[in-house]
Design a protein around this ligand. Structure first.
Ligand code: C5P
Length: 322
């Protein structure tokens, strides 16, 4: 790239990590907590590396953003099923023209991207990422907040009472068995997503609040694995990629900020916390390294946008002619 400097290499693999992180990743790669059934990587040896447009069509054709509705077993026979939205997320929200996905990366700090982020029709944020006090760098609009069950359950995040979660629609998820069997999941969630959901709904009944169907996270996982040459962690993708795919199904164009690190790349984990760990950017539990390879291949913007703004441009699924 000459003067441009380095941007994400779409062939990143765990062997390129430092020894500490490499061991953590390799440890997760050999575990199989969710019972993933998969016969090894397809790999570059058994199939050609797909072009960006082919990859985009593969995602469009194989992933459906589904959310829980009251008619689904086992919820249909439970008294609180009526708290679930009657219609799925994608029929209630959108479609939007232009969307922003704001990763929570430390490299957003001092980015000055706030105005640009707020200029989109819809903005997706993650977990406990605040806007107050960080408007210059991350903007202030929140259309959708994607939260994991750990954030919902942890005492530090004060999920039930904090005003952080009160703007826009909420979408929650929890790592489920690979089978995506709802009854199995209901009886064995990673964190108590359903009790916290019921409590939140009682306190904030007017705010739209959806729960992702676990099929979605594993469909996304399968697309990552099928397009990598080595076995990836057998854990669900990070919120960052789940949110990106969610927005690709609702928007004409999606801009993702600081998922692929810019020239501001840093070991600062989140823009809103003084905690440093390269695992936040490179992954440990989540197959984040491979998620970034996939996003780099699908990017339709110039490398310069990644370098200067940490910005990736992805087409919405509705724009693709597959
Ligand atoms: O940490 P958290 O999951 O709340 O962050 C939201 C998403 O932003 C992550 O799931 C990940 O995809 C992305 N992220 C990143 N690099 C970081 C921090 C977060 O790519 N340093």
């Amino acid at each position: 790239h000459g003067l441009l400097g380095e941007v994400w290499d779409d062939e990143m693999s765990s062997s390129m990590l430092g020894s500490r992180l490499r061991k953590v990743v390799q440890n997760y790669q050999s575990m199989n907590k969710y019972g993933v059934e998969f016969s090894g990587p397809g790999g570059v040896s058994s199939r050609p590396k797909l072009s960006g447009p082919k990859l985009l069509c593969q995602l469009k054709d194989n992933i459906e953003v589904a959310t829980l509705t009251p008619d689904l077993e086992p919820f249909s026979s439970l008294p609180w099923a009526a708290q679930l939205p009657t219609k799925p997320l994608t029929s209630d929200l959108g479609p939007y023209r232009s969307c922003a996905v704001v990763s929570s990366a430390g490299s957003l700090r001092y980015s000055g991207l706030g105005k640009e982020i707020d200029s989109h029709d819809a903005v997706l944020r993650f977990n406990a990422a605040p806007t107050t006090g960080y408007e210059k760098d991350v903007g202030s609009k929140t259309t959708i907040r994607l939260i994991n069950s750990q954030v919902m359950a942890s005492d530090d995040h004060r999920f039930l009472s904090s005003s952080l979660y009160s703007s826009g629609a909420l979408v929650a998820w929890d790592p489920a068995p690979f089978s995506a069997d709802l009854t199995q999941w209901y009886n064995r969630t990673d964190y108590p997503i359903f009790t916290q959901y019921q409590r939140y709904r009682r306190l904030h009944p007017m705010q739209p609040f959806y729960i992702l169907h676990p099929r979605f996270e594993w469909q996304v996982w399968q697309r990552i694995q099928d397009n990598m040459a080595e076995p990836i962690q057998k854990n669900p993708p990070s919120s960052g990629l789940l949110g990106t795919v969610l927005m690709m199904s609702m928007c004409e164009v999606v801009h993702v900020y600081e998922f692929l690190p810019s020239r501001r790349k840093t070991e600062l984990c989140h823009y809103y916390q003084r905690f440093y760990d390269a695992a936040c950017t490179l992954g440990a539990y989540h197959p984040l390294l491979y998620e970034k390879n996939l996003v780099k291949r699908m990017n339709q913007g110039p490398d310069r946008d990644i370098y200067t703004h940490g910005r990736v441009t992805l087409p919405g699924f509705g724009q693709l002619n597959c």
